[in-house]
Design a protein around this ligand. Sequence first.
Ligand SMILES: [Ca+2]
Ligand SMILES: [Ca+2]
Length: 390
Amino acid sequence: MKKSLNKIAISLGLVMGVSASANADISPTATLIFADGVTSCIIGSDSTTSTGCLYNVTSTTVSYFGMDTSGDGIIQESEKIALTSADGITIGIAQGAGSIDQVWSFGGSSGNHITTQGLSVTGTGNTASLDMTGWTVSWGGGLIDMGAGLIGGDGGFASITCATDCTQGDAFVLDYAANVPTGPFANFIYTLHLEGYIDYSAANIELAVQGGNIQECSTSGGSNVTINTDVFVDVSDSISSISWAVDGNAAGYGEMLSTFLALGEHEVMATVLTTSGGEATSSVTINVVDTIAPVITSVGFINRFTGLPATTLEQYNLLEVGIQVDEVCDPSPVIQAVRGTATNNGDVVWLFTYNSQILTWQDEIYLMAVAKDQSNNISSKITTNPIYAP
Ligand SMILES: [Ca+2]
Ligand SMILES: [Ca+2]
């Protein structure tokens, strides 16, 4: 079963609260996993035709939908589109694009089947009836409600025929037909034919990162990140465990993960195991970024003897550069200052260093501080009150 990230989320509590119908042998949240459709040539292949088959004469079997584009009331072989399964139809929950089937192309536009609400099933023995209310084609950017069936108005029903009793692993065949209600093919006939097996151990897990997949660094070196799960298991099954891994390393168990992630990209994966042996995984890439430059709160000279801000030269003219920086993410940003003096064109500047101390003779001295964090965010600030020589 292929993993899908965009099954419409449904909470664990809601799913587990679904009660089984007493008369239904088929579980109200069973998953119908259908085999991929197969399109083949009835007569020889021909690479110059649109279908790759001589005279475009094809045959499509296993799982497909049909559109009576010719309007003759019959689904010809050329009007069948093979379906490739994603996770199949999970009865009882709404599924978004890419969850049921993989993208197919029809009439020059791409599409998927989705369910705008969970389908409901009734039946006993080897037959069941699936209420298709909510069955929708997402095609060419629009949604086409295919749930009303051929008669229309109050919901159509698909027939499910199982090989024996519709229990775990039993083979099924689903057939359905509807009138297209809207769009360029309005009032044409749409059909659906799926073959596969019923799975009561199919599970699904979705991840949602609180605050989004890109997190601003919120503490020294990274962020504390919380990831929630939405888990689906069949009502006849139950969750055995939910385990986590961060960057491939085991990171604990539970429905929620709260963990510290260092600055940079991380792959977080959750795996749900069910008591009947079902398994599903989902992963998310979380990027902890630092986009905020250090904030220089003060820059100036400090009197080395009093420790207080200095505004004039005094007592041996010794001054210490004092810069204060607020930086959330980087515990040790690069902090430097550029010492400057106002000069006029043609001035001669005389300065030298002595014992690592910078000596200068100027009427006023400015400082410009520069602070840079590990993500190369840079800020600068210049003294507003230069040092004045007395
Ligand atoms: Ca036709
Ligand atoms: Ca920063």
